[in-house]
Each structure stands twice: as structure tokens, then as C-alpha cells.
Ligand binder design. Structure first.
Ligand code: 6GU
Length: 226
């Protein structure tokens, strides 16, 4: 999978992909993440990429030209499955969306800033708009980092134990059950007896019940979804 991220703040995204699972995914050649500085496509030598909005009002708007030229260049080099715009008014990201996108190969991700991008870019270039939740970030970069992390760990061969992404919270619309490690007793709190029993089937049953109870209690909305 190849993910090309267009951003005015490439420095902000230098560290997030250099650790742990996403770092390993890149080292194994399963994932390639490229940072493209929108500034390189500025309309003048001063690096201008934004301008005042028509109709007045506070806040700058990211201009058409730099974004269009940048995407045109990338699309001239290869085919993309989706051109994604990270924006608080996009479709809310969820596990199902990430599962299905993880089956594709090439993405452009455009990170928004200021008041957002000129609407005509959305009409002409953007194929998918994604939000990571109902709150406002100062730019799309951190949301793009969330996207890369969530999709990267789903690529076959990235996780050591290939089944482990399947047992994540949300994969079956359930939160994960509680987990424990040594010691058996910590400050008077014991590990549930069943987990020490060695009885595989009963342990699975216990975990499922715990997952259901936890979901019912914390996220009843997940149980209503279909
Ligand atoms: Cl994708 N971008 C911004 N700027 N804010 C957000 C978001 C994205 N998702 C939630 N809030």
C-alpha cells in the first residue's frame, strides 16, 4: 500500500510513522508513506497557498491551484484508489471503513487547514471525505496519522500474529474484554479465577460475556448498529 500525504506541515508527520508497528510495516515493504509539501506547489515565490474567502469572513481558504497542481502531478505518475480529504465534515471514521479501505492499494490524503479548501477541489478531485470525530482539530495532519495507523496495522503480514487485528475492539462491534498479566495478585486485586483455569472454551465464553457487558455499559450504540 502506498499513501501520499499532501500537507502544509510535513514536519508534523515525520515522527508518527517512525515507531512500532507502522515503522515495521514500512521496513517490511508492506506500506510506503510519502509526505508531500503543498508549499512546493505555491502560486508564488513567497510560498502562498491560501487566500481570503469570497464573501468575506474570518479565516483563510486553501487555494485551488497548488492543490490541483500537486494532485495532477501525483495522478500523472500512478493510479490512486481514493483521493481522501481529512475534514471534520467528512464521514466519521470507523473500523468497518478502515477494513474495507485496507483492501485497496494507493491513496492520496489531503490535510486541510484554516477554513478548509476551496469547494471546487472537493468537486473535482476528492473521492472520499473522512472525519475522525466530532471535535475540531487545527489541521488534518493528526487525523491523517490516525488513518495511516489504523489502516497500516490491517495489512496482511504487518502484525506478528495475523489473527490479532481480528480480535480488536470494534471488529465485531464489541469492545474488548479486560486483560491481565502477572502478578496474580496486585494490591489485593486478583486475576479472575477462570483465566487461571486453563479451560480454553470457558475462557473464550467468559471473554465474550465480558465484551458484551462492557459494550452494553459503555457503548450501547454499538449493539444497536447493524
Ligand atoms: Cl479529519 N480534520 C480536522 N481539522 N478536524 C477534525 C477532523 C479532521 N476530524 C475531526 N476533527
Amino acid at each position: 500500500m502506498r499513501i501520499d500525504i499532501i500537507t502544509v506541515l510535513p514536519e508534523l508527520l515525520e515522527s508518527p510513522f517512525q515507531h512500532s508497528i507502522i515503522k515495521r510495516a514500512q521496513q517490511k515493504g508492506l506500506l510506503e508513506v510519502n509526505l508531500i509539501s503543498l508549499r512546493d506547489f505555491a502560486v508564488n515565490k513567497y510560498g502562498t497557498i491560501d487566500d481570503y474567502q469570497y464573501g468575506g469572513g474570518a479565516g483563510m481558504v486553501m487555494m485551488c491551484e497548488p492543490i490541483a497542481n500537486c494532485i495532477d502531478k501525483l495522478e500523472g505518475e500512478r493510479d490512486y484508489d481514493e483521493v481522501i480529504y481529512m475534514t471534520p465534515d467528512g464521514s466519521p471514521m470507523n473500523q468497518q471503513m478502515m477494513n474495507s479501505l485496507s483492501l485497496r492499494s494507493n491513496f492520496i490524503i489531503l490535510c486541510g487547514h484554516y477554513k478548509g479548501i476551496d469547494e471546487r477541489i472537493r468537486e473535482l478531485y476528492i473521492t472520499k471525505e473522512i472525519s475522525i470525530g466530532d471535535y475540531v482539530l487545527s489541521g488534518g495532519e493528526l487525523a491523517a496519522a490516525v488513518f495511516v495507523d489504523a489502516i497500516g496495522r490491517l495489512l496482511p503480514g504487518v502484525l506478528n500474529d495475523e489473527t490479532s487485528a481480528l480480535s480488536d475492539s470494534f471488529q465485531d462491534n464489541l469492545l474488548s474484554p479486560p486483560v491481565y498479566t502477572r502478578p496474580e495478585n496486585f494490591r489485593g486485586l486478583n486475576v479472575p479465577e477462570i483465566l487461571l483455569s486453563g479451560h480454553e472454551a470457558k475462557i473464550q465464553e467468559w471473554r465474550h460475556t465480558q465484551a458484551l457487558e462492557r459494550t452494553q455499559c459503555r457503548r450501547p450504540d454499538l449493539l444497536e448498529e447493524e
